[in-house]
Design a protein around this ligand. Structure first.
Ligand SMILES: Nc1ncnc2c1ncn2[C@@H]1O[C@H](COP(=O)(O)OP(=O)(O)O)[C@@H](O)[C@H]1O
Ligand SMILES: [Mg+2]
Length: 252
């Protein structure tokens, strides 16, 4: 395969996404690593088996010396785009977004990585940014959380939801999928909203807690852990905000 005549769909730090007919081609830079590309394909294949509406991953291939994922294209708009274009109906879209997340949490994918293992690995990797005392607190808190096995996306935000013309929705971007606690997954979603728009984050959390019959304090218990996890991405602009959320631990 080569990339001649293929349309650049978008560019990100570690990849370029192309559109090629009815397929999306995610071409990763060398730094992203071969194992991460195969892992994303494997996670997505495992999620396909749950019967959830997700695009089919078709190939892992090498293009001009770089690793690439070929995924079926879902025709539509992202929910993020729709939320921006039709602000008036934001509450309705947020409800649909939460319903979709809950329908995902109802699925099981018993061979995916455990969310707790992934969080623990991420906390441990923050040696240079978070001091040992805080890391210890984070690990202790994580250990004390219940063990659930719900399908979690790990980066569930409206840019990863494609809405078709008929209103049905497909979830993309499964690189961070795990099995674990819905509220841990919701804590990540909350922080992603809060980084951009606190009002949207609050609306999201209200609806998530109401629809899943979850206490807000319980989701909040996950926030320092989720913040630590997001901090590992190393995005400079997010550092101060996420560090503040990690430090919430100190006041308890
Ligand atoms: N299978 C797909 N069908 C349609 N659009 C897609 C598909 N996969 C990704 N996209 C689009 O490309 C964007 C980036 O892809 P994504 O897999 O979410 O990577 P990342 O968010 O890590 O950059 C998505 O937000 C979506 O707009
Ligand atoms: Mg994405």
């Amino acid at each position: 395969m080569n990339l001649k005549n293929k349309k650049v769909f978008l560019t990100r730090p570690y990849k370029v996404v192309y559109k090629d007919g009815d397929r999306i081609i995610k071409v990763f830079t060398k730094e992203h690593g071969k194992a991460n590309v195969f892992n994303e394909a494997l996670c997505q294949a495992r999620v396909e088996e749950t019967g959830l509406d997700v695009p089919v991953v078709e190939e892992v291939s090498q293009i001009d010396g770089e690793w690439a994922l070929v995924i079926k294209y879902v025709e539509g708009k992202t929910l993020e785009q729709i939320m921006e274009e039709d602000r008036e109906n934001l509450p309705k879209y947020m409800e649909q977004f939460v319903d979709l997340q809950l329908s995902m949490h109802a699925k099981r994918a018993p061979r995916l990585t455990l969310q707790k293992d992934k969080f623990a690995r991420k906390i441990a990797s923050l040696k240079d940014t978070v001091d040992a005392t805080t890391r210890y607190e984070l690990h202790t808190r994580l250990d004390s959380m219940p063990n659930h096995i719900k399908l979690c996306h790990g980066d569930f935000n409206p840019s990863n939801v494609i809405v078709r013309a008929d209103g049905t929705m497909s979830i993309v971007d499964w690189a961070h999928a795990t099995q674990g606690n819905a509220s841990g997954d919701a804590a990540i979603t909350y922080l992603e909203f809060a980084l951009k728009d606190q009002k949207m984050a609050d609306l999201y959390l209200d609806l998530f807690c109401k629809k899943s019959d979850t206490a807000k304090q319980y989701v909040q218990k996950w926030l320092p852990i989720a913040a630590a996890s997001q901090l590992t991405k190393g995005i400079e602009e997010e550092k101060e905000f996420l560090s503040r959320w990690i430090d919430v631990i100190d006041f308890q």
